[in-house]
Write a protein that binds this ligand. Structure first.
Ligand code: HEC
Length: 207
């Protein structure tokens, strides 16, 4: 009986001993709480000292970046995304697809589309990607989608629309976004302007 008690006590001791030791050590979390303005910092929102809801720090409308690059035709607060962030459709419609040789951009467009769009819109563009039906992603093969201008598709990729997130922050380069536009056009089976004929193909060059 006494032996059993000793074994039981030993067991309890060995199991709780470590905890007892470590529980007496101060935890860094407790130290943080000693300074009143530390204990809530994990949960506090990131400060944006110069930004307020009524004064968003977006590029002013119509301004042109002097370092080159694209102007911003987004409207609303980019951090809000849904449902207020949008783009100026008039600017979008006026955009001209600058791609000279569309066929040459298709491989790049295929890669980017597969990476960023196919999850929702499906590899074929029918809106049946793995998460497509869950977010009500639209088919890109409808007459409606075909009727959008290239500039509208470009803006949609850059800024998103409704439930569709913005992809401008993932597909940075304008040329890459146009490559996706060209690829979507190909999925839609729309005739692409013929590539400009090479001025003088070198003798014997295959491609
Ligand atoms: C997270 C899922 C998702 C991803 C990823 C996504 N989309 Fe969308 N897309 C949507 C949803 C949802 C809509 C419908 C938006 C709406 O109702 O305004 C949409 C709408 C569209 C439309 C307009 C269709 C129409 O008939 O109005 C086009 C074009 C489009 N997406 C292209 C793309 C391209 C190109 C990409 C890749 C850069 C992409 N989408 C990535 C969810 C997605």
């Amino acid at each position: 009986m006494a032996r059993k008690l000793i074994v039981a006590l030993g067991l309890v001791g060995s199991l709780s001993g470590c905890n007892w030791y470590y529980n007496t050590l101060p935890s860094p979390d407790d130290l943080m709480k000693l300074v009143p303005w530390f204990d809530h910092m994990v949960k506090s929102p990131a400060p944006s000292p110069y930004q307020r809801a009524d004064i968003p720090r977006n590029t002013p409308k119509g301004s042109v970046p002097i370092t080159g690059g694209e102007p911003d035709w987004g409207t609303g607060d980019p951090s809000a995304q849904f449902p207020t962030y949008a783009f100026d459709t008039l600017v979008a419609k006026a955009l001209v697809n600058p791609t000279a040789d569309r066929a040459a951009t298709l491989a790049r467009g295929d890669t980017l589309y597969t990476n960023f769009c196919a999850t929702c819109h499906g590899g074929a563009g029918d809106g049946k990607g793995p998460v497509g039906p869950k977010v009500a992603a639209l088919s890109l093969l409808t007459d409606r989608a075909k009727a959008f201008g290239d500039g509208y598709l470009y803006s949609l990729i850059r800024y998103g629309r409704g439930v569709m997130p913005q992809y401008g922050d993932k597909i940075h380069q304008p040329a890459d976004r146009w490559a996706v536009v060209n690829y979507v056009r190909q999925l839609q089976g729309m005739a692409m302007p013929a590539a400009p004929a090479p001025a003088a193909a070198p003798e014997g060059a295959s491609r």
